[in-house]
Design a protein around this ligand. Structure first.
Ligand SMILES: Nc1nc2c(ncn2[C@@H]2O[C@H](COP(=O)(O)OP(=O)(O)OP(=O)(O)O)[C@@H](O)[C@H]2O)c(=O)[nH]1
Ligand SMILES: [Mg+2]
Ligand SMILES: [Zn+2]
Length: 316
């Protein structure tokens, strides 16, 4: 039988077949995919082949093959283990939820995420959530950040998952596609899924309650079929986002605004650091490239990690 992985809880995978039936499946023995060393060999969104087994009157499946992935989004853990986790596979687009505060989302996090998405050619839309709660100053910050990201080609939408503002715009973009919601814990990913499809009643929690329990609310990535021809993958909050290893020369190519200027640099292998006649540095001096983007670029190039904080992905 064949199906798509809708949920993975570590050792068990919930697989949905073409005729709409769900099976709990597992992998037998070691199962390695060529190319990627990750802690989870199979991720939500993977298309798999499995065989049914009956034990103690329950039917479960054993996965014996994964179809080649169209794409996947992978994150390197920022703790000492430096393991990689595949967050999801075979997705059409990611919505990265950003909040100015409660919790704050910094541009270094956004940029790391975008570099990874660019490297795997996955379209990302930025959703600035919780606009119903913002002071004028916070709203100015949202406008400023959106202008930076819009200018370099990313769609930015201001939304409120609780008042429903601009949710219709998100739904329009989601139609006919497999989307994933990503972002820090508490930015409102599950609240947004509920706003779009209230019948799902996903668990959500105020950040103050989370802190008391020291736990994030969503603990496993899970895919849902929505009532308007769309699929959504809700994911656990990501704290530090480590960019997977890539060549130093490659990093700049995943900053679209740098890539567009690269052919004007004197050296074709320019790293946009101290080289003479660098078009990126010139643009930076003329305020045509944002300083925060350039700073993120340097941080990634220097292999600096964001501060180490654990999240649910570290337990998988
Ligand atoms: N005022 C306001 N609160 C919101 C909004 N979106 C989410 N929240 C609140 O933010 C808190 C966290 O929301 P969740 O949906 O649980 O956040 P999450 O991103 O799913 O978090 P994890 O599952 O831990 O990754 C909840 O108390 C929500 O009610 C919004 O647009 N406005
Ligand atoms: Mg959640
Ligand atoms: Zn250059």
């Amino acid at each position: 039988m064949t199906g798509t992985v809708y949920k993975s809880t570590g050792s068990w995978y919930t697989v949905k077949t073409m005729n709409g039936k769900f099976y709990e499946c597992r992998i037998k023995g070691r199962f390695r995919l060529a190319g990627i060393k990750s802690t989870n060999p199979i991720a939500v969104g993977d298309k798999v082949e499995f065989q049914l087994e009956t034990k103690n009157n329950t039917e479960t499946g054993v996965i014996n093959r994964i179809e080649e992935r169209k794409n996947y989004i992978v994150r390197k853990s920022v703790n000492l283990s430096k393991q990689t986790h595949i967050i999801a596979a075979n997705i059409d687009q990611v919505f990265l939820l950003v909040t100015i505060d409660n919790p704050p989302t910094f541009t270094s996090f956004i940029d790391r995420f975008l570099v990874t998405a660019e490297a795997y050619a996955i379209k990302t839309v930025l959703l600035f959530n919780k606009i119903d709660t913002y002071s004028d100053e916070n709203l100015l910050e949202v406008k400023y950040m959106s202008s930076i990201y819009r200018q370099i080609g990313y769609d930015c939408i201001e939304i409120s998952a609780t008042t429903g503002e601009n949710i219709d715009k998100v739904k329009t973009l989601m139609t006919g596609k497999v989307s994933m919601f990503a972002g820090h814990s508490g930015v409102g990913k599950s609240t947004l899924v509920n706003a779009i499809e209230p019948s799902l009643e996903l668990k959500t929690k105020a950040i103050s309650e989370q802190h008391m329990q020291g736990q994030h609310t969503t603990t496993f990535a899970e895919m849902f079929d929505l009532s308007f021809d769309a699929k959504i993958i809700d994911t656990p909050g990501i704290k530090g986002f480590g960019v997977v290893d890539m060549e130093r020369e490659e990093v700049g190519d995943y900053f679209p605004e740098f890539f567009a200027l690269k052919h004007n640099c004197k050296f074709n292998n320019c790293l946009h650091l101290k080289e003479p006649k660098c078009a990126v540095k010139e643009a930076l001096e003329n305020d045509e490239v944002s300083y925060s983007r350039y700073r993120s670029y340097i941080q990634i190039l220097e292999g600096e990690d964001e501060h180490y904080r654990t999240d649910n992905w570290d337990n998988m």
